[in-house]
Design a protein around this ligand. Structure first.
Ligand code: URA
Length: 423
């Protein structure tokens, strides 16, 4: 096989054969195809796209590059959730234990944040003692004993994607729908979940800025999952506004624990319960109402066992930033818009995210929001509290939030969290 021919086929708008796809993925994983050649191919795919069959084959080839997990020995059906990434998206934290209450096992392989979106593992690592790395055997044992596990994907799962994702991240080729869909779905199919609910984010703080592109991504992923025998459903949800009132690692864990204690911001509760309902239905339990398990402590019990099983102390106080700065409203008005991207960038600059994948993140850094769309504020009222361990970061964090809030003189009704559903 000739790698130049594979690249030029896609560059000139052609379709890749099954043999070409199988070969190029394996050869790239093995180091036979070089990074610069794969970058050229990824850019050609971004510009010229792939048809459904090419995407399905590309996904299958990435799955075949590594191992597949097997949960068939578990007593309960499995269901997983994947979010395409957003600002303040801490939903996995209350969701996994909530679903496990109802005897559906949740094998949640999660990632670290890159850019302005946070990663679930970074959030959980702000809990003293908690560890992300589990062996496959430990993961299976925890799923059986506790019913939920949130951990890092092992290096054996879709290694082609690991390499390709890191390359795309540095070559401006992340935003290609065929590459995003195959990247996400190769990991989820290889993971072996029986049911999968996708939370596809739309808006300023998401990869997909428009409803049209989000729908295309959702449809592509649902088709890939269904074609591989995974019961797959997608919700399109808003990411113009951050989720909840916090963005940043320990701050988001605090908010997730509030939700597990029966409180927390209404949008976080609504999305957690809606996704839980979808996961339970996809796993064969359509009549269960998960909401009461947040209020009565059952989900909190699973959370505590899930954290403790991975070495974390659920009673340990979360770290708090030594340096804080409050940004206040410059005028009276109704909050019409709170820009997710601006909040995400501020949290990132304060130290909650990383610029390169080997960077460390601060557990304490982030942004607390005191007003949301629909709220009325008066001049001088607090809008944001910025948190960081490194005060020299405050200035750039404050700059990111300039213009993040838009006002209206008349009352504002906030938009819905869930925008659509694709199955
Ligand atoms: N998340 C992934 O796992 N892959 C992508 O390509 C984008 C988001």
């Amino acid at each position: 096989m000739d790698v130049i021919e594979v690249i030029t086929t896609k560059r000139d708008g052609g379709r890749l054969s099954n043999d070409q796809i199988d070969w190029v993925i394996q050869a790239y994983t093995d180091g036979v195809v070089a990074d610069e050649q794969m970058s050229a191919l990824a850019m050609a795919i971004l510009l010229n796209g792939m048809d459904r069959d090419e995407i399905a084959r590309w996904t299958a080839a990435m799955i075949a590059s590594g191992e597949r997990m097997d949960f068939s020995s578990l007593r309960h059906p499995t269901a997983d959730k994947h979010s395409t990434g957003g600002v303040g998206d801490k939903i996995t934290l209350p969701l996994a234990p909530l679903v496990a209450v109802f005897d559906v096992a949740v094998p949640q392989l999660s990632g670290r944040g890159l850019g302005h979106t946070g990663g679930t593992l970074d959030k959980l690592e702000s809990i003293p003692g908690w560890r992300a790395a589990l062996s496959n055997e430990e993961m299976l044992a925890q799923l059986d004993a506790v019913g939920a596990v949130i951990c890092a994907a092992g290096s054996g799962l879709a290694p082609a994607d690991k390499k390709l994702y890191a390359l795309r991240d540095t070559t401006g080729t992340v935003e290609a729908i065929p590459l995003i869909a195959s990247s996400i779905m190769s990991k989820k199919i290889a993971e072996g979940t029986g049911a999968l609910v996708l939370d596809v984010k739309v808006g300023s703080g998401a990869f997909m800025k428009t409803r049209e592109r989000a729908e295309e991504l959702a449809r592509t992923m649902v088709d890939l999952g269904t074609g591989a025998g995974v019961h797959t459903v997608a919700l399109l949800t808003d990411m113009d506004t951050p989720l909840g009132l916090t963005a940043g690692n320990a701050l988001e864990v605090r908010e997730a624990v509030e939700v597990l204690a029966g409180g927390g911001p209404a949008d976080v509760v609504e999305l957690t319960v809606t996704l839980a309902r979808e996961m339970l239905a996809a796993a064969g339990k359509p009549d269960v109402d998960p909401a009461p398990a947040l209020a009565d402590g059952r989900a909190m019990d699973v959370w505590r066992r899930m954290i403790a099983a991975q070495g974390g102390d659920p009673d340990a106080p979360l770290p708090v930033a030594e340096h804080q700065h409050v940004v206040v409203a410059e005028r009276d008005g109704h909050v019409a818009r709170l820009d997710a991207m601006a909040v995400g960038v501020a949290a990132w600059r304060l130290g909650a995210g990383r610029a390169r994948k080997e960077d460390a993140v601060q557990a304490v850094a982030g942004v607390e929001m005191h007003a949301r769309p629909g709220d009325h504020v008066t001049t001088g009222a607090p809008l944001f509290t910025l948190h960081t361990a490194t005060p020299e970061r405050l200035e750039r964090g404050i700059a990111a939030l300039e213009g993040a809030v838009e006002y209206s003189d008349t009352p504002v009704t906030p938009g819905p969290v869930v925008l659509g559903r694709i199955s």
